[in-house]
Design a protein around this ligand. Sequence first.
Ligand code: ASP
Length: 328
Amino acid sequence: MSRVHLLATGGTIAGRAGSGVEPGYRAGEVAVESLIDAVPGLRALATLKGEQVAQVGSQDMDDGLWLRLAARVNALFAGDEADGVVITHGTDTVEETGYFLHLVVQSARPVVLTGAMRPATSLSPDGPLNLYNAVAVAADPEAHGRGAIVVLNDDLHCARDVTKSSTTDVQTFISPGPGLLGTARYGRIRYFRQPTHRHSAASGFSVDGLERLPRVDILYAHAHMPPDLVRASVMNGARGIIVAGMGNGNVSTQAAGALAEAAKAGVIIVRSTRVVSGDVGRNIEMDDDALGFVAADQLNPQKSRVLLQLCLARGMERLAVQEAFYRH
Ligand code: ASP
């Protein structure tokens, strides 16, 4: 039997409400052993070990916890203590944690992230089957080499491509563009494809010995976007700014001026988009060459932030960062 190590971080999957039909609840209350015990047949899929790493709603996930998680996963694999890892996580930021681990875990062994949209105490919780499928994927030799995989609602997503699309629906995760990595039906896994971009040891990124990540802010673009938030970010120490731009990563002329000034001063500016699908290309409506910007290609703002933090931690310059956005 495969050895699967379960790292619990909180989220709605570990949430508790006053009754089975109450919409309000508190994330991150149910302990890892109870999560495991709530799933009949789970221990038949793999030799399981549970570990409580944190107990937070994933809106409180931060760079420090990412670094701790990455160190723990890398140590488990380097010490041959597990064949696969499952991380239970809140759904709000699972796409960011997943992409971070996709880039910095140095092993081909699977890292599988799962969560739930309904708390553990719900009349009809979605967490137990999600956890069952996640453990099945982590125990599956076929999952090796596919990087970090997000498993929810019977679907397997590459951590690079997945995003949350509904605040409330159980079917919330989508992978616009590249599409699903596979499906899971009661633990029976099918794969449709491999990840399309560099990941794991081949990513070239490592967080070994890092104690913090550089500050990167995300600014949300809109009609009548003012330039002053750009200056506020720079004044507060941002070394990179991601713009959740309009359409194909556009910003107002005024904001573009402030961003170009920041780029000249050495801050890396990445144009992503507030639109849920489609690429952001170089020099389409904005002259990236003249303004000194990077185009995010396929990464949404929150994924772009993760990649730019890792690029900055490695001391990469603007042109190398642009290459990283095409390759990762
Ligand atoms: N706010 C919760 C979290 O991300 C939502 C969830 O888990 O579904 O932890």
